[in-house]
Design a protein around this ligand. Structure first.
Ligand code: SAM
Ligand code: SF4
Length: 323
């Protein structure tokens, strides 16, 4: 049980840690169309700073960390960070969310470094739709990454699918995927980076569930490890599961156990909160461990009861916060 408890009696034990704001894709819902200005190298936390912060966070009660970004695999030698975390903090559950493009060269190294499981984001199983959504990506590269993760023995392997308007008509590819491979496909409701729901994008997860009915009788299933707020179902005969994550239509704030650290070292108490705590400034002024702990607690005290109907998002785009 975490010893970090917020004002609403929620135990907080999960940290989403963005290791970079850079990315090798340009997804339409994550990056602004006009392009992005990246943080300078000295603005992002070094691996030493991340390890120091994590050591204190784990002592305070964090038991799960997810590396994210931007695209975490574009940060140089990210497997060295994983190795450093795994050897310094063997009890910490380390996972990673990636677009999968670099997994063919990285999956084996990451598994050897101590990564146990991975989430791969693939929003369409149609090459043209995938290219349109990612602006620059090729579906075959992401699928090669998925296979590489399975071959490296990472388990479970989950596929994150942001539910966009095209999806109800393109479910067949994901049905084939869970029938063919032991991967868990999770449909995640689109969250608008601008606050108000962006109609061309938003489709409730329930609509996807009803569109799956013709493929077989979805049966409730036990969640795989690290399931978070998803509800899981199995199609008869399939190797993998379908999961539904509905932050918008049925938000899971009452059970929220998360804090976030951005690549430039700001701690966010909620994805939708602008109220950041500057951890980097604390780390860089030659602080004691107690100062880091105090900064974590300061952030925790600002954790809101809920995301306020998504009307207050975000001050930053998703690639800067880590999703
Ligand atoms: N680059 C990695 C990737 O794409 O998996 C990690 C970073 S990405 C910001 C983390 C997750 O957030 C991805 O699964 C992505 O699809 C999701 N995401 C980004 N923008 C989103 C949005 N507006 N609504 C819902 N999910 C979003
Ligand atoms: Fe990059 Fe991930 Fe954002 Fe797509 S969702 S642009 S892959 S950070």
């Amino acid at each position: 049980m975490s010893s970090l408890i917020d004002r609403f009696s929620r135990p907080i034990n999960y940290l989403r840690l963005a290791v970079t704001d850079r990315c090798n894709l340009r997804c339409i819902y994550c990056m602004p169309p006009e392009g992005v200005t990246h943080l300078a190298h000295e603005e992002i936390l070094s691996y030493e700073e991340i390890l120091r912060f994590l050591r204190v966070a784990v002592k305070a009660g964090v038991s799960k960390v997810r590396l994210t970004g931007g695209e975490p695999l574009v940060r140089k030698d990210v497997e060295h960070l994983v190795e450093g975390i795994a050897s310094l903090l063997p009890s910490l559950d380390i996972s990673l969310t990636t677009n999968g493009i670099l997994l063919p060269t990285k999956a084996e190294k990451l598994a050897r470094a101590g990564l146990k499981r991975v989430n791969v984001s693939i929003d369409s199983m149609q090459p043209e739709t995938y290219r349109r959504i990612t602006r620059t990506g090729e579906l075959r590269d992401a699928l090669a990454g998925l296979e590489a993760a399975l071959e490296a023995g990472l388990s479970p392997v989950k596929v994150n699918v942001v539910v966009l308007a095209h999806l109800p008509e393109e479910l067949e590819g994901f049905v084939d995927l869970v029938r063919r491979l032991p991967v868990h496909v999770r449909f995640i409701e689109y969250m608008s980076p601008c606050g108000a729901m962006d109609r061309p994008y938003y489709v409730p997860a329930g609509e996807i569930m009803s569109k799956l009915v013709p493929y077989g009788n979805l049966q409730k299933a036990a969640p795989p490890p690290g399931a978070g707020p998803a509800r899981y179902f199995r199609l008869p005969g399939a190797k993998g599961l379908f999961g539904f994550i509905s932050p918008v239509s049925s938000h899971f704030c009452p059970e929220c156990n998360r804090l976030r650290l951005t690549a430039d070292g700001r701690m966010r108490p909620c994805l939708f909160s602008r109220d950041e705590t500057d951890i980097k400034a604390v780390l860089r002024k030659g602080c004691a461990d107690e100062d880091i702990l105090r900064a974590i607690v300061r952030c925790l005290e600002k954790k809101p009861r809920d995301h306020g109907g998504l009307s207050s998002f975000a001050g930053r785009a998703m690639y800067q916060i880590g999703g």
